[in-house]
Design a protein around this ligand. Structure first.
Ligand code: URA
Length: 288
């Protein structure tokens, strides 16, 4: 599927897409809380009423790179309306520059990976759904919001580990399902070596995390594993991508929203992202 042209002006975001929340309140017990979750899950709506491929808030730079691009795809979960989202946030851009620097030592590199991952997670979770609860403050009862969806973080080993740990600090109740995939250096194809997913999905939304979206092979394979597991609502969070990897994900998994900190120029002959940052695993763990 090709990326449509940049619109003349930003079309109005279809307010019908917004989640119709029931406003469950006064949740006194764990059972009531679970029942509210189940009710919300069964209410998940379809976006098939929305005009296909409506571009939203799309900005194309002089280099042809899309920033903050969002596209609607019909018959996909709500989240997938943000198809390719490249962060424009100054904090993200600043930290990605530090990450790229060959002088950045592994301990600083690890911290930066975590910090950028948290900022990206903040952006990628903006459409998680809330339900109302009553919470007792030191002063009085008050109506407040909690995320009802069960969130899973799926780091691709090993480079995704630093991202997952940092994201877990933001949402400690999320569960983490590791997937071990490595790229065969001669064929450049992904090989699965670790997968301990339980028989049935126990999450509502899964975030596949891997710093580098290079050929897209590992990310696509990880998403295919989650789909065959039965998970429908999947997003991808990466730090730096090559256009080749984005194209593979968009073609093979058009329903999966992609969140990136930066989109680079191309892959070199060894399938490394240029300019990139080198090997994200080696630089995090000091194994260069
Ligand atoms: N994996 C990395 O760590 N870096 C790249 O540039 C490509 C894949």
């Amino acid at each position: 599927m090709s990326i449509p042209d940049v619109p003349d002006k930003n079309p109005r975001i279809n307010t019908e897409l917004r989640t119709q929340r029931s406003g469950v309140s006064g949740l006194a017990s764990k059972n009531q809380y679970r029942a509210a979750h189940a009710a919300q899950r069964s209410k998940r709506f379809s976006v098939s009423r929305v005009h296909p491929l409506t571009p939203l808030c799309c900005v194309r730079g002089s280099d042809g790179i899309l920033s903050g691009a969002s596209y609607l795809i019909p018959d996909t979960p709500h989240s997938a309306k943000f198809m390719v989202h490249i962060s424009k946030h100054p904090l993200v851009r600043h930290k990605v520059t530090l990450l790229r620097d060959v002088q950045t030592a592994p301990c600083d590199f690890r911290n930066l990976v975590g910090e950028i991952a948290q900022l990206m997670f903040f952006e990628a979770t903006a459409d998680l759904e809330l339900t109302r609860v009553t919470v007792k403050t030191p002063l009085t009862d008050c109506e407040a919001d909690v995320i009802w969806q069960r969130v899973g973080i799926v780091p691709i080993l090993r480079a995704g580990l630093g991202m997952a740990e940092a994201m877990l600090r933001v949402l400690p109740k999320a569960c983490v399902w590791h997937l071990g995939l490595f790229r065969d250096h001669s064929t450049h194809q992904p090989i699965t070596y670790y997968n301990k997913l339980p028989p049935l999905p126990n999450i509502d939304v899964g975030y596949v995390v891997d710093p580098m979206l290079a050929t897209g092979g590992s990310a696509s394979a990880a998403i295919a594993i989650l789909k065959s597991w039965g998970l429908k609502n999947i997003r991808y969070i990466g730090l730096i991508a090559a256009p080749e990897g984005v194209a593979v994900l968009r073609n093979e998994h058009p329903d999966v929203a992609i969140y990136l900190a930066a989109l680079d120029s191309h892959l070199n002959e060894n399938k490394y992202i240029v300019p990139g940052l080198g090997d994200a695993g080696d630089r995090q763990f000091g194994t260069c």
